[in-house]
Design a protein around this ligand. Sequence first.
Ligand code: HEM
Length: 264
Amino acid sequence: MITNNPFSTLAEIVPTIAMQGFVIAMAALTLVGVLVDIIHKKNVKYFFENAKKAKKNAQVELTTGKRTAVILKTVAHDIATTSELGWGKRRLAHVLGMYGTIIFWICSAILIFSYSSVGIETPSTLTALWHIGAILTCLGGYWFWFFLRVDVSAEAHPWYRIIKADLFVLALLACATFGLAWSYTQYSGMTGLSYLFLILFIVSNLVLFGGVYWSKFAHMFYKPGAAIQKNLAEADGSRDNLPPPADAPEQFGLGIKREQPKHY
Ligand code: HEM
């Protein structure tokens, strides 16, 4: 199954151009969703106004070299390893899901744009990566969904309680799960089931990319921007208009050790 290119078999019934059109439509939906979200929340406007205000409090003028170094360090550390999640399960689950999704999306685009004609020979590394990307997304996503979600792990709600905020993670998981199920059933010759999973795969993609405005999808663009701004503000001493840390030892008393802080 890992060497199966489901898009090449799909080309027997669906023209390649339709698959490529679908990918372009999903990218367009993402762009529109993020833009409408930006207009509605005015978050980017606030972000730039705040950055401009903070710049006035800068203690040092950053050179282009220093700014580039701060940005590169933020990309390599804060963004690439989602360091804001600290050390632990939450970060590991996120990294699994994040890289899984990136690999899955990139491989899907390459397969659809370069290897989606009937009977085309596809590099097995590419098909393997497509499946591995989906599997990693499932590992990170289901781990998060069943065990790490704040309202489940800290507020004791059951894992099956669904709210609007779950739209992103659930749609993402549906895409990866139905994609894998489609590939498996197609490879195993279960034609009827493979059509069912294909339809579910298409619908979950429509929900994921069509739901950008209502879901947490856009955090993957906002979070990196915020991390870069935060580190630049620290480097130039403006600290986002926040006061400097207190010049006192961090002593919170023994009470803080009584229980894991998870009632947020
Ligand atoms: C392809 C890129 C990414 C994917 C697929 C992704 C996926 C996810 C998912 C599924 C969640 C759980 C959402 C929920 O609360 O229901 C999440 C949460 C989160 N993401 Fe991402 N993410 C991506 C990029 C990023 C980046 C670049 C950052 C930071 C630089 C980031 C930071 C976070 C944080 C802080 C949370 C909250 C985690 C928690 O509550 O445990 N994400 N992400």
